[in-house]
Design a protein around this ligand. Structure first.
Ligand code: GLA
Length: 457
């Protein structure tokens, strides 16, 4: 590793971190050589993300405004002649090695196994490819403090899927654009069992330093290769302000099933609304309609018996199963969140472009109330963290980010109040919960890509 590396990493990371990052890359390269033998290796990286605003809107074709973290996962890869994918992780105890062959039908590991995040894109790319794909020897490095915090709602798992897809696509010369790979990675992630949208994958691929990314999750048509195209716009983050990330360290066990229930509730809402608005396909289609006219068409809550009576068969709306003992589906308030959240994203983009940071902070606060009360995706610890953050002078807005039920709070804060934030929020949160939170400033980072090809490990 030489001066080129230093320069290259300087383009990706903040200047004070470059030395430590160099050491991190060096350790990973040494481990790669020890595992797979000396020879050329290509190094890619994929960042985690925060979402500034636009929560749970993407899977209803709405709007989102995420930014990349400067924390990332490294993917060191060497193409193989056969179809085998061998995956090692630097943190081998938590993530034991996995090995499988690329094919159009790859049997999954048990639910929750980390290897499925590599199998998903491998299967999808194999299905689309004209010729059999080459496998890879892969080393994944996402260790703290530079890796993407795991289970914290900042998309470490999407980063895995995006990275595996990126590596396989590049080393097989498949020629997908960044946006196409983002979309394909979103599809690939369904392999692991969640029914998420495309936000995490798009920000991982398309992020630019110091910018958020406005993404319209409704495709505006197909490209020549049949893949959907999306409208995106980079929005500069306000100067003189920081986004402070505070990790509650709460990891909800049932995020996957709660998440899928929310997806189902939205789809029930769409099915009901189609009776009045036959052209409606997603809640996004309600844009421009008066919510006061829509709301009475949606019941507050529906039991399984209510669904039956209304002629709605859930298994036709979503391909995951729910226990029939599940709590009633709270259709009206879930839909209200998504509809109003889409409006807040558009208003946020306008506020940021106009330099109205105070307005944006207020919208963040409203978004939190909505996702917490209407969408029911918060938890006690998130509420405690949000309340503490808002008590700090210089904080303009604070909200949970990501899927919810735990994970992180982001706060928009005037630059210079980071220490006051930490001094107030850390002990306050510990007093209330017994948990020490992690708090760091998000330097909105660069999207995924190749760092260096054919380095000799
Ligand atoms: C998860 C999903 C995303 C999005 C968010 C909530 O991160 O993967 O697609 O739905 O939750 O905004």
């Amino acid at each position: 590793m030489n001066a080129n590396w230093r320069a290259q990493l300087g383009r990706i990371y903040a200047a004070p971190d470059v030395g430590n990052q160099l050491a991190r890359y060096r350790r990973a390269l040494e481990r790669f050589a020890a595992l797979y033998g000396a020879g050329p290796v290509s190094v890619y990286r994929v960042p985690g993300r925060i979402n500034l605003i636009g929560e749970h809107t993407d899977y209803q074709q709405g709007y989102v405004l995420p930014a990349a973290l400067d924390k990332d996962i490294l993917f060191l890869a060497r193409r193989r002649e056969d179809a085998l994918v061998r995956v090692h992780n630097l943190e081998e105890n938590a993530f034991p090695p996995r090995e499988f062959a690329i094919a159009a039908d790859i049997p999954p590991y048990p639910t929750g196994d980390w290897g499925n995040y590599a199998k998903g894109p491998a299967q999808l790319l194999a299905r689309r490819a004209a010729a059999p794909l080459h496998g890879v020897d892969l080393l994944i490095a996402g260790e703290p403090p530079y890796g993407v915090p795991r289970g914290a709602g900042v998309s470490s798992s999407s980063a895995l899927t995006v990275g595996a897809g990126l590596v396989l696509s590049e080393l097989n010369g498949l020629g997908y654009t960044a946006a196409e790979l983002a979309w394909l990675s979103g599809e690939a992630e369904w392999y692991v069992g969640t029914r998420g949208g495309i936000m995490d994958q798009f920000i991982a691929m398309l992020a630019q330093k110091d910018h958020a990314l406005f993404l319209d999750c409704r495709s505006r048509g197909q490209g020549e290769n049949g893949l959907p195209q999306f409208q995106t716009e980079l929005v500069p983050l306000p100067q003189g302000y920081n986004l402070i990330v505070a990790d509650t360290h709460v990891r909800h066990q049932n995020v996957r099933s709660d998440f899928n229930v929310r997806v189902a509730e939205g789809r029930i809402g769409v099915a009901l609304l189609q009776r009045r608005y036959p052209e409606l396909r997603y809640l996004r289609d309600l844009e421009g309609k008066d919510w006061r006219e829509v709301e009475p068409l949606l019941p507050e809550a529906m039991t399984w018996a209510d669904l039956d009576r209304a002629g709605i068969r859930l298994n036709e709306l979503i391909d995951v199963r729910f226990p029939e003992s599940a709590a009633p589906f709270r259709v009206r308030q879930r839909c209200r969140h998504i509809v109003t959240e889409n409006q807040r994203v558009r208003q946020s983009v306008a506020a940021l472009k106009a330099g109205d940071v105070t307005r944006f902070g207020a919208l963040m606060n409203q978004a939190h109330a909505s996702v917490s009360v209407d969408y029911g995706a918060s938890c006690d610890e998130l509420e405690i963290m949000v309340a503490l953050a808002r008590q700090v002078s210089g904080v303009l807005g604070a909200r949970m980010t990501g899927a919810g039920w735990g994970g992180c709070v982001i706060s928009l804060a005037r630059r210079g109040c980071e220490s006051a934030f930490i001094d107030h929020v850390r002990p306050g949160y510990h007093d209330a919960t017994g948990i020490w939170p992690d708090i760091f400033v998000c330097q909105a980072g660069q999207g995924a890509g190749l760092v260096e090809s054919d380095v000799v490990a």
